[in-house]
Design a protein around this ligand. Structure first.
Ligand SMILES: NC(=O)c1ccc[n+]([C@@H]2O[C@H](COP(=O)([O-])OP(=O)(O)OC[C@H]3O[C@@H](n4cnc5c(N)ncnc54)[C@H](OP(=O)(O)O)[C@@H]3O)[C@@H](O)[C@H]2O)c1
Length: 256
């Protein structure tokens, strides 16, 4: 992996060299800001022609380096916020505790692994899955006040913590961030999917986007990384850093 930006780092030969980065180096490169929490970061992957999935999943457009960054971003987060459809399609499992991040997490006062926070209105989720019954830290379910009571009960019986973050059936994105922050979960990572990410964008609560640009063309009708209605005024982000490996670009953009 090579660091292409920030350019100033290229004066250090080791930083510019094409070599395998340790997880520790990646964790340093992607550290959350010291202040300004809560901080909501998204991690997504897209093909050159904007597809956010292939054959219904993101795996086919990812690569090993992308998965290392994916794991690093999880290793730094208090909670991973994810839409219910991604949980269903990608067969989400609980986050693991990883030795590489253990000391860093302890020093930051974090638990052994991030909590997974599933956003769902229907709660049409299989609560018998390991994600709900055997996570290292309890899985959270973010839903609206009008969620079906029997499904709320099923979630709680499985061991999930249900947080109400909306007055109707759905979750208000800004309120979801507030509910998590109120529980001390301030280093937030969303892994999408596109429908959920589009709502975070529309609500103006996304602070950072880590976007992997995958050197593939897929054509077809795949979703883009953010869906839903267009925002009236596009939000401007600044390029913070750029890494490269085997033609994949790992961008990090911060809201201006
Ligand atoms: N390229 C990437 O980086 C990437 C990342 C993630 C996912 N993906 C791909 O994206 C696809 C899935 O994404 P998606 O956009 O269709 O779905 P999604 O955003 O993962 O999930 C949509 C679901 O989340 C719940 N939801 C979203 N907003 C909500 C709100 N405001 N209030 C309450 N519930 C809300 C609803 O669940 P209920 O239906 O349960 O009410 C909704 O059906 C998959 O193919 C996956 O592989 C790609």
């Amino acid at each position: 992996m090579r660091r292409l930006l920030p350019v100033t780092d290229l004066t250090t030969p080791a930083a510019a060299a094409d070599r395998e980065w340790t997880l520790d180096e990646l964790a340093d490169a992607y550290a959350y800001p010291d202040g300004g929490l809560p901080w909501l970061r998204a991690n997504m992957v897209s093909t050159l022609d904007g597809a956010a999935q292939h054959d219904g999943r993101s795996q086919g457009i990812s690569c090993p380096a992308d998965m290392r960054i994916f794991g690093t971003l999880r290793g730094l987060a208090d909670a991973v916020v994810v839409g219910a459809e991604t949980v269903r399609q990608e067969g989400y499992r609980p986050a693991r505790a990883r030795e590489a991040f253990a000391a860093r997490r302890e020093a930051a006062g974090q638990g052994p692994a991030p909590a997974i926070a599933v956003v769902s209105a229907s709660l049409d989720l299989d609560f018998s899955l390991p994600l709900f019954v055997s996570p290292l830290v309890p899985t959270l379910v973010l839903t609206g006040a009008a969620a079906p009571p029997d499904r709320v009960r099923a979630a709680r019986e499985a061991g999930a913590e249900v947080l109400v973050a909306g007055d109707g059936a759905g979750v208000d994105p800004a309120r979801a961030v507030g509910e998590l922050a109120a529980r001390g979960l301030t280093r937030l990572l969303t892994e999408g999917g596109p429908r959920l990410l589009g709502q975070f964008v529309a609500a103006g609560v996304l602070d950072e986007l880590c976007l992997t640009l995958s050197p593939l063309l897929t054509a077809g009708g795949a979703q883009r990384i953010a869906g839903g209605p267009a925002v009236p005024v596009p939000e401007r982000f600044a390029l913070v850093s750029l890494l490269e490996e085997t033609g994949f670009l790992f961008t990090r953009y911060g809201k201006i």
